[in-house]
Design a protein around this ligand. Structure first.
Ligand code: AMP
Ligand code: GLY
Length: 429
């Protein structure tokens, strides 16, 4: 099948409408091999760079219909929702290549129990876990864990269905709430150590890692408050051991990719390993079947290799023949500006000022008919800066944040701070 593909994907349709998709569209817009770009449903930021189409990303037929009508040469999937729903299968069935895994391979994110099963079979280090699907079995199961409990929804919750707590009763209440809603619960042993995100391009067999990044999941400074989709990120990781990426690919990503291929569901797209760097080495917190948001905004800001050539190689199964990736030296920092209320119900429809300056990527935004840019989601803007080192990138990112105005908004003031201050270290065995 790869021989039937065009030598270049000139018309690229990006599915999604967040900061990650704005970063992807921006990188593709710099690639001279791309002659036409569309983004669906997009946002006010992507609309400045790409044609915009409305689409329900959860409906595979709609996505495939748009790709066919627009005569896309390649469809790039940002979020997990369409992938888990099978949109890439529908697009491939329409004869159009995709960057994004099949529905079967996307289960690595869509079902935490499936991911655990694959990891177990592949010998990949991860937290010990137990699935509870019956409230009568909950209390006994909870006693197998602690003193810190990790309670997860075995389904998609964009990081928001997870509770990490030292309080037995709080863990119990959260698990009962999930069970009440008909969701099986996954209990996990607590993984200590700093977290890292490693994105890998995967074409079914070959793995090409991007720069490692760190995400800030909690809403408040000092990791206070509830989990969010991610409030900021930086890349690369100045505190990480030199062999981190090589170790993660060898012990985690490649065995997982090999196991998925062995099961007849090869993974093609972006495999995101969410890691805890524990005293006994890197362990998997979760896999995602797509680029992470907001880490992508930082990682792609440093990527020098044309992005379309990489998507092209993944779709063709030709990653092994690619020259090594080229990166800008230095570091990148992303700070998310979120709407009042986020990660709860966000306040929307406020006018944003300063949303069109350099380094400001749009997440939940839309353009009103009079041209004003309005907030339209929880995470509203991702403000990105690069610099010769992390401290410089961080300073510039926050200088840019000062230039944007959104009533009621909030952002973390400590993105990348501990890394700049040299305060992150790996736990020792
Ligand atoms: P997840 O949705 O699985 O990515 O979990 C969201 C966040 O909860 C992670 O980024 C971690 O900060 C935390 N977390 C999840 N699982 C664990 C674990 N087993 N040990 C420690 N922290 C965890
Ligand atoms: N940054 C976390 C995620 O994309 O899932």
């Amino acid at each position: 099948m790869p021989h039937a593909l065009p030598s270049r994907f000139v018309r690229i349709l990006v599915i999604g409408g967040g900061g990650r998709e704005h970063a992807i569209v921006l990188a593709l817009s710099h690639d001279p091999s791309v002659t036409a770009l569309a983004c669906a449903p997009g946002n006010a930021g992507t609309a400045a760079l790409a044609e915009t189409y409305g689409v329900d990303v959860a409906k595979p037929d709609e996505v495939a219909g748009l790709a066919t009508k627009w005569q896309a040469d390649l469809v790039v999937f940002g979020p997990e929702t369409p992938l888990v729903a099978g949109a890439s299968d529908a697009v491939r069935a329409a004869g159009i290549p995709c960057f994004g895994p099949s529905k079967d391979a996307a289960r690595i994110e869509g079902s935490k129990a499936f991911a655990k099963d694959v990891m177990l079979a592949a010998g990949v280090p991860t937290a010990h876990s137990e699935v509870v699907d019956n409230p009568a079995k909950l209390d006994a199961a909870l006693t197998h864990f602690g003193p810190t409990w990790v309670v997860k929804d075995d389904g998609l919750a964009a990081g928001k269905g997870v509770l990490v707590t030292g309080d037995f009763d709080a863990a119990r209440v959260h698990a009962l709430k999930l069970l009440d809603g008909g969701h099986p619960v996954l209990l996990e042993s607590f993984l200590d150590g700093p977290e890292a995100s490693l994105f890998c391009l995967v074409d079914g067999t070959t793995v090409v890692p991007l720069l490692p990044a760190q995400d800030f999941k909690r809403v408040g400074d000092g990791d206070a408050g509830p989990n969010t989709g991610g409030m900021g990120a930086y890349a690369p990781l100045p505190w990480a051991p030199d062999d981190l990426v090589e170790t993660v690919v060898r012990t985690i990503v490649q065995p997982t990719v090999d196991e998925l291929a062995r099961r007849g569901t090869p993974f093609s797209g972006l495999l995101y390993a969410g890691l805890a760097l524990t005293s006994s080495g890197p362990q998997v917190i979760e896999f995602n079947c797509r680029f992470g948001d907001p880490e992508t905004q930082a990682v792609l800001a440093l990527l020098h290799t044309p992005l379309a050539s990489l998507f092209n190689a993944v779709a063709r199964g030709e990653l092994a023949e690619q020259p090594p990736l080229e990166w800008e030296s230095g570091a990148a920092v992303t700070v998310v500006v979120a709407a009042e209320g986020y990660p709860g119900r966000p306040r929307v429809d406020d006018v944003i000022q300063g949303g069109d300056v350099q380094g400001v990527l749009h997440s939940g935004t839309r353009r009103r008919e009079d041209g004003a840019v309005l907030s339209a989601g929880g995470r509203v803007l991702s403000v990105v800066a690069t610099g010769a080192d992390l401290a410089t990138a961080r300073e510039e990112a926050y200088r840019r944040v000062e230039g944007v105005h959104l009533p009621g908004s909030h952002y973390r003031t400590d993105i990348a701070l501990r890394a700049v201050q040299g305060e992150i270290s790996l736990p020792t065995a």
